[in-house]
Design a protein around this ligand. Structure first.
Ligand code: SF4
Length: 510
């Protein structure tokens, strides 16, 4: 029997055309990158040194050994360039004046000739970061977060590293977490190359667990804003900030569709921009000094924040002007913070920004400070036990300097992370001494084009976004929100060690 095909009515045809147009307009979220060349050359992290007498003795020995063969050019060339195959010793004066910029840090010279070859850290490289960015740990000698962030900010691409890696497989801090990348045993979600969409959208604010109604209307509503990526730009104090940095952050946040945290007093009101443009993508960090402008700010901002010290003064004022605006309270991240958070939740707080110091350590704690990962795990668990976790947002900051730190922080319990010193490194600002906390850190005075800065930061987040998608796709996840607190997606070195030692004890006992 031949099925009769119904002739489409003009109305239906019109609808189909409209649907097709809407579909064609659909665009997958993508951060547009553009090459943003480094404004200053990143110095080579390696600094090979050769003891001249040792080298001369070695050359004499080699000359005597090869003797007649040295009449051939290739023998002479090989003799003078050894032991480096990367041309460090191939200049006019050979190893007596090494071409240090060519060194890759392979350590072959040190292994072959420890008596006269040495590879140190380039002292110039030190100014690009502090001990957290350039750790002294000799096992991480070749690791350079500065070079990685610089590459990401320049190109917006994913750096490919790890070939021939000979270092340890676990370390301190974030390096003690291994993410689950078992795409072989799990159907992969191919988000990077386009078969499936993986969402990195996050909601910042309060999400009620249940909908309750009063007179047919929902009595409790969500108070949330959405960011396209779970990465915010953290507030940088005046000693780590300037106009070029501020403008770069503002434009980058706008381009990406995320937020930056800034003091309203730092906004140049004389620029005569519309308030809605000024506050777009900004989380104003309010103080009591902003009281005069509070109504204007609350009219235009989508979300606000303030420090815990200002809570009693500001909370009721904000709620009386705008009861629906999400409020984020900034609190120094310390052990046992969950008790404090629970008390604050008696007021209608929508989220907390828990900040560790720039090295990821418990804030203002000198005696055995915990790392942010442990603080997050503890706080998340405490709030889950109390049944309070799902309603609020936790923004975590401090010590997040590489792309891999974002999913790791989310696995440990953060909804969103905020970056700080990574902004400075991406913009090639030079540190003036250690930069452990907002109070202590300083940068050398510097000016650059905000367009260039905005592109560098956009590229950085584009690269981190691509790496986040890569991780989610390998985990078989379609939404970054589902990763929050999912510790089953990671292995923790400390736990594995405990397990292994436990096994050893059992075996010895048997
Ligand atoms: S470390 Fe490797 S690249 Fe650097 S000088 Fe030595 S041999 Fe050459």
């Amino acid at each position: 029997m031949i099925e009769q095909v119904e002739k489409p009515t003009p109305m239906r045809l019109k609808k189909e055309i409209k649907d097709r147009e809407t579909f064609e307009k659909y665009e997958r979220f993508h951060i547009k990158t553009e090459f943003a060349a480094s404004r200053r050359k990143v110095p080579n992290p390696f600094y090979p040194r050769v003891k001249k007498i040792g080298l001369a003795k070695y050359l004499i020995k080699e000359i005597l050994h090869y003797n007649i063969k040295l009449a051939k050019k290739e023998y002479r060339g090989a003799l003078l360039s050894r032991p480096c195959i990367y041309g460090v010793f191939s200049g006019r004066f050979g190893g007596f004046k090494p071409q240090r910029e060519l060194c890759t840090g392979c350590m072959r010279c040190v292994l072959e000739f420890p008596e006269f070859c040495r590879v140190d850290r380039n002292p110039e490289f030190r100014t690009l970061g502090d001990s957290y960015w350039l750790p002294e740990d000799p096992t991480r000698f070749s690791f350079s977060a500065v070079a990685i962030v610089n590459y990401e900010a320049e190109t917006g691409k994913i750096p490919i590293k790890g070939m021939g890696y000979k270092g340890p497989f676990a370390g301190k801090g974030w390096d003690s977490i291994w993410t689950d990348m078992s795409e072989i045993v799990r159907p992969t979600r191919d988000g990077v190359h386009g078969r499936e969409y993986i969402s990195t959208l996050v909601d910042i604010g309060y999400k009620p667990k249940f909908i309750s109604f009063e007179n047919g209307q929902p009595s409790i509503k969500s108070r949330t804003v959405q960011a396209t990526v779970p990465i915010l730009f953290n507030y940088l104090p005046p000693n780590l900030n300037n106009d070029s940095i501020r403008k770069s952050i503002h434009s980058a946040a706008k381009k990406i569709g995320t937020f930056y945290i800034e003091r309203p007093s730092n906004i140049n009101f004389s620029e005569k921009k519309e308030f809605s443009t000024l506050y777009k993508n900004m989380i104003p960090l309010l103080t009591t000094r902003d009281r005069a402008n509070l109504t204007t700010i609350l009219e235009h901002a989508e979300i606000v924040s303030y420090s815990i010290e200002e809570h009693n003064e500001l909370y009721s004022q904000i709620r009386s002007v705008n009861p629906n605006i999400p409020i984020i309270v900034r609190i120094p991240f310390k052990r046992g913070i969950a008790t404090k958070l629970k008390t604050l939740l008696n007021d209608e707080i929508d989220g907390f920004h828990l900040f560790a110091d720039y090295h990821g350590k418990e804030y203002n704690t000198t005696k055995n400070p915990s790392f942010i990962k442990d603080l997050l795990l503890e706080t998340h668990k405490d709030l889950v036990d109390e049944g309070l976790r799902d309603e609020i947002t936790i923004i975590a900051s401090g010590g997040i300097i590489l792309a891999e730190h974002v999913p790791k922080a989310i696995i440990c319990g953060a909804d969103v992370v905020a970056i700080d010193t990574a902004i400075l490194v991406a913009l090639q600002c030079r540190f003036d001494g250690p930069c452990r906390s907002p109070e202590e850190g300083k940068i050398k005075s510097d000016r650059f084009s905000p367009q260039w800065g905005a592109q560098r930061l956009t590229n950085l987040i584009a690269s981190w976004h691509a790496q986040l998608i890569e991780i989610l796709s390998a985990m078989g996840m379609r939404d970054v929100r589902r990763l929050r607190g999912d510790v089953g997606r990671a292995m923790f070195n400390e736990e594995l060690e405990k397990e292994a030692f436990g096994e050893i004890e059992v075996r010895t006992g048997a």
